[in-house]
Design a protein around this ligand. Structure first.
Ligand code: FAD
Length: 227
């Protein structure tokens, strides 16, 4: 939904990688009404051919635990329908190693699913308007960079740029442009794209190169680097 307001302003989405990743989210609980024996659990795909990056299970308010499953696979693959219709059996088939950890469990709500494009925008440099977070650039959910990117945008906008802009009249594009070219913002957006490509390659490409490769490092922020 983050794209609705920009669209109404004539701002266009520029798709960089179409249908880059799939994400599924649903809530699980032990069948006997007790709790799971773990506080949280992350399980990675067992084979590169299955296209599974990882499953993340974590507690949520209101009871039960949320299971987020991240995959790099063709969205037309029957697996999409199988996970939505039969989440429990499909999950155990895809990641058999989960069985002893989850025991007998049930899925307590509807499976939500997302097909994510990697995209940013064009036509966004407009007077009086700043796009932040996913409205400016989508994030691969598996890379886990969406919230940190959003926070970098907010921090740079509110502590560096806005105070200066408000000292003089007007909110023209020359002011707005300084936010979009902010060193730390540009670095954080670029890092998110690199992490998105890294997770996809790690999941889909077999071999020693990926077995030992560390994730891309986030470049030191300008302000930190100068300390
Ligand atoms: C399954 C999944 C798991 C993820 N896991 C992670 C993770 O572990 N770590 C991480 O960092 N990121 C994760 N992400 C990505 C992260 O959720 C997003 O990058 C982040 O939420 C972006 O924040 P945002 O505020 O830019 O956009 P959004 O969170 O999309 O917020 C935009 C808000 O604007 C509202 N809105 C839209 N149009 C209107 C309108 N016209 N009027 C009023 N309100 C409107 C929407 O309802 C929405 O609440 C995940 C994403 C998914 C789908």
């Amino acid at each position: 939904m983050a794209g609705a307001i920009p669209y109404s302003l004539g701002i266009k989405r520029r798709v960089i990688v179409e249908r880059h990743s799939l994400a599924f989210g649903f809530t699980i609980a032990p069948a006997d009404g007790t709790g799971f024996a773990f506080p949280a659990l992350t399980s990675y795909g067992e084979r590169t051919t299955d296209g599974i990056d990882y499953l993340s299970i974590f507690p949520i308010p209101g009871g039960g635990m949320r299971a987020n499953l991240f995959m790099f696979r063709d969205p037309n693959d029957p697996i999409m329908r199988e996970i939505r219709r039969e989440p429990k059996s499909t999950l155990l088939r895809l990641i058999p190693g989960l069985r002893p950890h989850l025991g007998d469990f049930k899925v307590t709500d509807r499976v939500e699913s997302w097909v994510m494009d990697l995209a940013n925008v064009e036509g966004h440099l407009q007077p009086g308007i700043v796009l932040i977070g996913d409205a400016f650039q989508t994030s691969c959910p598996a890379a886990g960079t969406g919230v940190s990117r959003l926070l970098v945008d907010v921090e740079r906008l509110c502590t560096v740029h806005l105070p200066g802009w408000l000292k003089t009249d007007g909110m023209g594009t020359e002011k707005i442009a300084t936010f979009y070219s902010d060193h730390d913002k540009v670095a954080s957006d670029a890092h998110a794209f690199r992490m998105a490509h890294f997770r996809q390659a790690l999941t889909s490409e077999a071999g020693m190169r990926w077995d030992f490769r560390p994730p891309p490092a986030f470049p030191a922020a300008k302000s930190q680097a100068s300390c």
